[in-house]
Design a protein around this ligand. Sequence first.
Ligand code: DGJ
Length: 731
Amino acid sequence: MAITVRENKFILETKNTICILLRNDKYLEQLYYGAMVPDCDLEHLENRQILNFAPYDPALGLKYIYGARLYLYSGANTGDFRTPSFDMTDGKGFSGCRFRYKAYEILPALPSDYALPRVRGERETLKIVLTDPEKRVDAELYFQTVEDCDVIVRFTRIVNRSGERIVLRKAASLQTDFENGKFDVISFAGAPGDEMRNLRRRIVQGKTEISSLFGVTGHSSNPFFLLCSPKSTEDFGECYAFNLLYSGNFKAEIDCDCHNNVRVVTGINDATFSWTLEDGECFDTPQAVSLFTEEGIGGVSRRMHALCREHIIAPKYAGKRPIVANTWESFAFTVNEEKVKAFAREAKRIGADTVVLDDGWFRNDDAENLGDWELITDRFPSGLGALIDAVKQEGMEFGIWFEPEMVSRKSKLFKAHPEWVLNNGDVGSESRNQYVLNMSDPDVIEYLYGVIAGYLSKYDIRYIKWDMNRYLSEVGSMTALRQGEVWHRYTLGVYRLLDRLTSDFDVMIEGCAGGGGRFDPGMLYYEPMIWLSDNTDPYCRTEMQFAASLAYPPCSFSYHFSKGEGTTGRHSEPFFRWLVSDFACYGYELDLSRLSEEELRACRMFTKKRRKAEKYINEGDFYRLDVDREYYYACLQVLRDKSAALFTFLQVNAQIRYESVVVRLKGLDPQSRYRIGANNQVYFGRTLEKAGLKISDLLCPHFKTKDPLRIAVEGGKSGSGISFEIERVDD
Ligand code: DGJ
């Protein structure tokens, strides 16, 4: 049973973990969270530390010091000086709240009115009601388990029963307390063009914050993070990992107090949040997820991948990722009817299946027409319908680019509705010559739904690239009064629009925010894949994709075979570019008409190979393999039943000295025998795991064939590599 209630204990079990909550006297505490243990002899763990100078419950005396206890949700201003999850101001102006245990209930599913992105599936839900009896405010904590991923899902509903208006100052999604915690934290850092860097640091006394104030999750931050024992490696060690299904300003706080108690709080960033609740109203936080594993950082990644792939991304997209040919890096704003038609013909020849008309179909440069969404008829004289027909005649689907949340000063929309632009009373800043629409305003959502739904109903469009090319500033609403709510309502508005469009139409949306500026589980709930970065240099992309794989599955990030100069201008060979794009969502993004026949032949081969590899990217378990990262990257994507895998090895720096490279594989069945696609040799899974595969011997011969892939480079050079299938041999 995933959720059990026994005497005063609430027990949440997954395949390998257990979390035990204790209803202790008046309060709800966490007794244990970690590897699976019997639940009957843990009472001794209850934290009864007596701390100097520390407030305690007068009825329970010194044995009940707030600051020592491990809580699930703490209000501010209560004598527990660790970071609170919650704060509010009541009608008298008093702040803070102390939650006591009140009741519990087991529900068959989430409350039906929960309207934010969620871990999918009807699952048993434990609802524990905490209350502040004086202030008459409840925090309802909702817990679910995803057993196969070792994940616990949580969200909190704040209910105002006070008889008066209260204002929420902070309402986090999740709090977890650890006693005597000694951790490293690994999180994402980065920048536009350099997204998803992994950053590892030691937790020391004080606060560590991972957050965003960009209005989106941001290029330089991400709500995912993990806490691991300092000795943890890729394959070993205890790790707790967290993520948030939210795409706006978030804040994760890791607070280590002077007794080495570590508190984790994650949720909406309170710096840009306040929310008014009238009597009887409630507020729902985004969902947060946590997991525990003893299988190191790789164990975290595989569980998080499975969670995203199987429980967050909509099942209708499972195993389906089109091979897209996108016009942006070929034509940018010069795109026109003739070019797209020719592009579609070439795209068909190389085996792509969806042509995506990126930016430029409604404007000549980035300073105009955002918001109006009218085709430039000078450049598309036959109209959109005729263009789509032409693409469809090539046997391909058609996709189109929108940046719905934005408006140009030079647009009809801006003139007609200046009040629809975010505005806090100051002159709004421009970024990329554009302003942000106030997505918290239902009229704006209605307008955008009308425009996009209009295109989707009139034309056969099955794919949208949804871009977002600036951060939010001067956030305020000219059409509503509660300014503190605008940031969060903006995100809710984006979700509402995505929800309506993806429910009402058979359309797949690729997310993008100038690359990976909004890459998070909240967006993945609606968009099965997200353009990871605008930097298409394959060397940079190699690093980024391996880094992103810390939390997100390769089937969720897109990277297209392109000229590959990215933002660095560095030259790279086509084969290397293909290898790198092939372990993400694949596509093409270069002027196909400029490719030589040999190059086109190679692309056809790339597509063919890709189609064979698709199942590994879409369904496989991802293993980062141990190689010297100064020179190499290697991974194995193993089908769930371990019958086959895709091996990818990338050389990012040349080795001056010849060095033999042996890579130990992971995730195969040790007892089974496997055939290596590169040389047809057969080895036991155990041999490949313990003794490894000698890659240096495979690299060079592979390139000495007449294979069109030979337009690559010889193995061993910088920007080379190899990929092949490994298949179980049936005896
Ligand atoms: C930024 C995106 O990341 C690019 O791929 C492209 O769609 C441009 N915007 C178009 O303006």
